[in-house]
Design a protein around this ligand. Structure first.
Ligand code: GLU
Length: 428
């Protein structure tokens, strides 16, 4: 997760402080919103397949729930830290506020490496996580969802454990469930498609025809894949994809200048998103170093992997042709790299707006689960497009009106909505 010095929570707080100054927030509101409202850290004992016991560290951080139940994903990653959770929980609060859904922000996770765990051990970790926190999460308190290395199956194990503990059926407890068991149509596409709905609106405003644009993508997980799928379906061309290689413990950029073939790449990808290098070479892909995705001669960069990827060290390598950065990941650009991007006149769709499609569809899933009435895929995606398009234009018009960059404008909208909810409830 980037360099040793990088601390995502400090980054999230420094972004918040800037906006608190711009909005002239009072001291109590600053003190409340700079920190999570609640956080839980716990141990999850698991009997491993070989009979030994191992203890995993688990977290749930609830940043703010003034606008509704807290909402946020669960990550399974060996380098997880409580500060990463805090930052991501805070970003969830802003994300739900900017897209204007009645939810707050939270995030959770377990320090572990799913690559090294059997399915049985993963199930024990998921159930153990729920056992530790079952009284402090729920459909009307805090609703988890999948994130890094989580899946519909992990969500279902968690739901099942929650229902055993509480003695009933509570499909609205968690989102990202399998479609056959209370999941929403369109959920797996939602974050990636949402990014491209926002890209489409931004290109229109920049007077660029999407069909003439080239893109370079960092990441080949669920978000990246669906962004690539929709962007290419509507006429764009992705020329490179950077992807983690588990066996080499390194990232490589796979490039095909005439445009990558998404189904072909998918067919040579393992379940954790790693691309088979030998087969990629046979199919005519160039294999470049992992960092090469950022220096490609393209119009659009889509960082869709982890935080801390566009930094003061590599921001200068962005090619002069680039006009748009669509931040599909959470926190991919550091505050030091931000001004350089702005000075170069590159338009940014900031992370918590660009990738808000995922939580928006989670909200639709929660509504459907609580009603026990499910919508068709077209309906889900059409509603998603309406929410993404409206939020994009709210941010873009405030940016123009207030002469702020889009990140600051998105923050101003989100922070003022949350601050107002806290004030209205009498918390500050
Ligand atoms: N993990 C996703 C995010 O960062 C989605 C969270 C959710 O669906 O609740 O937005």
């Amino acid at each position: 997760m980037g360099s040793q010095k990088f601390n995502a929570f400090e980054m999230a707080q420094s972004q918040f402080d800037r906006i608190a100054d711009l909005l002239k927030l009072d001291q109590a509101t600053r003190d409340l919103l700079r920190y999570p409202i609640r956080e839980y850290q716990f141990s999850i004992p698991v009997r491993m397949k070989d009979g030994t016991m191992r203890i995993f560290r688990g977290f749930r951080v609830q940043h703010n729930d003034a606008r509704g139940p807290a909402k946020g994903g669960i990550r399974f990653h060996p380098l997880e830290t409580v500060d990463t959770m805090r930052a991501l929980a805070m970003w969830m609060t802003w994300k739900c506020a900017v897209i204007d859904i009645p939810l707050g922000g939270s995030k959770g996770g377990v320090i572990c490496d799913p690559h090294e765990l059997s399915e049985y051990e993963m199930e024990q970790i998921c159930r153990g996580w729920v056992r530790q926190i079952a009284r402090d999460v729920g459909p009307y308190q805090d609703v988890p969802a999948p994130e890094v290395m989580a899946s519909p199956q992990t969500m279902l194990w968690m739901l099942d454990e929650y229902e055993v503990i509480h003695g009933g059926k509570f499909p609205g407890f968690i989102t990202g469930k399998p479609v056959s068991l209370g999941g929403s149509q369109g959920k797996k596409e939602s974050t990636g498609y949402g990014v491209i709905f926002a890209v489409r609106e931004a290109l229109n405003e920049l007077n660029l025809s999407l069909k003439d644009t080239l893109a370079s993508v960092q990441g080949f997980g669920s978000v990246a894949r669906h962004a690539i799928e929709l962007y290419q379906q509507i006429g764009g061309r992705v020329i490179s994809v950077a992807c983690w290689d588990q066996s080499d413990q390194a990232t490589y950029t796979y490039r095909k200048k005439e445009g990558i073939n998404y189904p072909e790449l998918l067919a040579i990808t393992d379940p954790f998103g790693g691309i088979d290098k030998r087969k990629a070479l046979e199919l005519g892909y160039e294999i470049l170093p992992g960092e090469a995705w950022i220096e490609q001669e393209v119009d659009i960069l889509i960082p869709a992997a982890l935080e801390n990827q566009i930094t003061s060290e590599n921001v200068q390598q962005i090619h002069p042709r680039v006009k748009l950065v669509a931040e599909a990941a959470n926190g991919p650009t550091t505050p030091e790299a931000d001004p350089v991007i702005n000075e170069r006149g590159i338009f940014v769709i900031p992370d918590f707006l660009a990738n808000a499609g995922g939580v928006t569809c989670s909200y639709f899933e929660q509504v459907q689960s609580n009603m026990n009435y499910y919508w068709e895929k077209d309906e889900v995606l059409a509603r998603l497009d309406v929410k993404m398009t409206a939020a994009y234009h709210d941010v873009s018009s405030l940016a123009k009106k207030s002469r702020q960059n889009t990140r600051d404008a998105a923050y101003m909208i989100a922070v003022s909505r949350v601050a107002q909810a806290c004030k209205d409830r009498g918390w500050v």
